[in-house]
Design a binder for this molecule. Structure first.
Ligand SMILES: Cc1cc2nc3c(=O)[nH]c(=O)nc-3n(C[C@H](O)[C@H](O)[C@H](O)COP(=O)(O)O)c2cc1C
Ligand code: SF4
Length: 490
């Protein structure tokens, strides 16, 4: 995990919780219209991958239990984890790339509806991602993956001042490079080959030599549209198009996207595919269905998008007719730490990853609502352009006072609680009932995120060892971790 040089440890300080009467009068608990639906409160649980689907991407009993647990807390909106739009294998992450996934997803919808007694609106985040391979062993990379070309031979002839390399057989080039020191590799391999060696092979949206990448603008609108149709058929109240973090659509929006086919370069071109995907989704699901977007207020990487880009995108997304704008920050591959051999690069290990899920070991600004000023600037621009599209702020929001102030100050329309909801899914109902002092406060130290990085079922350190002998509870790791937060006895 990336760390500040001289981090300041921020405390989880006491907060004043409202009485039930005060909560009832607050903006946070006032309903809000999100396109064609109304959410009962301005509270929101953003997407969080819990690593509970089957290897084939189907909904499991553990998924149902996980979302039931959140639904019992009755947030205004609950967003189901990033769910793959394609019919390709992707490990235990939910998928919506074929009609065979609909029955399981429908069950999930019914589960949430029952558990929240209809009080929570349920959206599903839909995602496309490109191929990311594990970091290879050095020998394997040179023996099997490097495509030896004359470029390498010429570079070797130059580096070694030995022209015999110009005609060397591939085997000889592979052997030499496998034993070569870093400075030689850096002169012989290109940037992408070095990346594949050091981080594992990863596709970029700019890989125009690969037909399936070149054709993304032709195929993705229909793939997303079909996925959104399935979401509607399964009964979700809406879809959230995942245009954030390290994935395909964020790659198109990124300032690093220099595609020359009209889908890269200037901002208008970078947002062309994201808008075409939206139009295809909208045409398929109709105007009476919620279609929102999650995108980045700042990519937090050198050469990446910053606030001015996000402001431009936010206004154009609102103009296009998105029903909500949910902001995140960072979470990119470009600055991720080098993974161990055999592991895949994780896009939340660099500074951009810190900004996505900030911890209490921070700078003087601290982790609490640190991206709110960016969200506020985006909301202001959207509103100034004449649009009332609701804007969701997330990132280190954990107390009523903080969330209410963000809304009262007009910095956002809805407050998102990801890790705080994981720490205590009952936050929303507890605070509403005037029992905020019973909230289990997130400590923002990212034990949960480490589990996500290891692709292990996500739990929270504040409750996963609690009353492990409670009859009937689901556990993992030979009974050492419970999978769900204990029930709150209201
Ligand atoms: C375990 C875990 C999984 C996450 N999965 C997703 C995801 O699927 N999609 C997404 O947009 N964000 C994901 N996030 C990011 C959160 O939605 C949220 O933006 C981030 O945790 C910051 O908000 P917080 O400070 O309230 O936790 C995940 C975060 C965590 C901790
Ligand atoms: S594991 Fe830590 S950071 Fe994650 S939800 Fe629990 S308390 Fe918060």
């Amino acid at each position: 995990m990336w760390k500040f040089k001289n981090p300041i440890r921020h405390l989880i300080t006491d907060t004043r919780w409202p009485t039930a009467a005060d909560a009832g009068k607050s903006l946070l608990y006032r309903p809000i219209r999100i396109g064609p639906v109304e959410a009962e409160s301005r509270t929101w649980v953003p997407a969080m991958v819990p690593w509970r689907a089957t290897e084939d991407g189907f909904v499991t009993q553990e998924n149902l239990d996980w979302y039931r647990r959140f639904a019992k807390g009755r947030p205004g909106v609950l967003v189901v984890e990033a769910t793959g739009v394609r019919d390709i294998s992707s490990g235990p992450l939910l998928r919506i790339g074929h009609d065979r996934f609909i029955p399981g997803l429908r069950k999930l919808v019914e589960t949430v509806r029952d558990a929240s007694e209809g009080h929570t609106r349920l959206f599903i985040q839909i995602i496309d991602f490109l191929s990311v391979k594990r970091r290879p062993e050095r020998e394997k990379y040179f023996a099997r993956f490097l495509q030896v070309s004359d470029r390498h031979r010429l570079a070797l002839a130059e580096v070694t001042a030995d022209s015999a390399w110009r005609n060397a057989v591939s085997e000889r080039v592979r052997e030499f490079l496998n034993a070569a020191p870093d400075d030689v590799l850096e002169r012989v391999l290109d940037e992408r080959e070095l990346e594949s060696l050091r981080f594992g092979y990863r596709e970029h949206v700019t890989d125009m030599h690969l037909p399936h990448i070149r054709e993304l603008p032709q195929v993705l609108p229909n793939i997303f549209a079909d996925a959104a149709r399935r979401a509607r058929e399964a009964g979700f109240d809406g879809v959230e198009l995942h245009y954030a973090h390290a994935y395909t659509m964020a790659g198109f929006l990124s300032a690093l996207n220099n595609r020359k086919d009209g889908y890269g370069g200037p901002r208008e071109n970078r947002m062309r595919l994201p808008l075409e995907v939206f139009q295809a989704v909208r045409t398929t699901v109709g105007s009476d269905y919620v279609v929102g977007v999650r995108f980045l207020a700042d990519e937090v990487i050198p050469g990446g998008n910053h606030l001015e880009d996000a402001i431009y995108f936010g206004v154009e997304f609102a103009r296009a007719g998105f029903d909500f704008l949910s902001l995140s920050k960072g979470g990119k591959f470009e600055d991720a730490q080098q993974p161990k051999v055999g592991q895949a690069v994780y896009p939340y290990t660099g500074q951009s990853g810190y900004e996505c899920m900030p911890t209490v070991l921070s700078d003087e600004i601290g982790p609490f609502g640190r991206s709110v000023p960016l969200v506020a600037a985006i909301k202001r621009a959207v509103n100034d352009a004449g649009f009332a599209t609701p804007v969701v702020a997330t990132g280190g929001i954990s107390t009523f006072q903080q969330a209410e102030a963000i809304l009262q100050n007009g910095q956002a329309d809805i407050a998102g609680f990801a890790r705080q909801a994981l720490a205590d899914p009952d936050w929303f109902v507890k605070v509403k009932l005037g029992r905020g002092d019973e909230v289990r406060r997130c400590t923002y130290t990212n034990y949960c995120e480490a589990l996500d990085q290891a692709h292990r079922p996500v739990t929270c350190k504040l409750w996963d060892r609690f009353e492990l002998n409670e009859p009937g509870i689901a556990t993992i790791d030979e009974g050492r971790r419970r999978l769900l937060a204990p029930e709150w006895k209201a």
